[in-house]
Design a protein. Sequence first.
Length: 136
Amino acid sequence: MVWCNMATLDTKNRLRSRIVHPIWEGQTGWASARPHSLKAKHLAHNAYVSLAYISDIARPVYVDCKAQWEDDPAKKEHVWELFRSSAPPVGFDLGNIFAGVNDSEFGVLKFTPWRIDLFDISNSANRKVWIADDAA
C-alpha cells in the first residue's frame, strides 16, 4: 500500500481530498508537492491532514498528521534520494516530475502523525489506535 487519500481543509473550512504518495521513514512521512499549489494554500490555512490507506475496504488505516514544509536543502536532497533509491512501488524517480532538487516547483512535505487507527470493520477487537502523548 503506497498511495493514499489525503484530506485537508480549504480556506472556507470545507474538506478536500486528493491522492498522494508518501514514503515513510520511521515515524516520519515525506511527500513531494508543489509549494505554490492549491494544496499548499490549504495547508497554510490548516496544517492538519488525514491520510487514508485502503487496500482492503474492511481494514483501512487512517494516519492523522501535522503537515509542514521542509525547506532545509539537505533534507530536501535526502528525501529526493530516498524516493530515488527505494524500490518501486515505494520509490520512484522524482526527476520525472521535477527538474531537480533545486527546482522551485519541488517542495517536500513532512508528515508527523499524532493518531494512527488500524480499523477492522469485521472484527472490532482487532482495531488498534495509537495516539501521540502530546496529541491532547
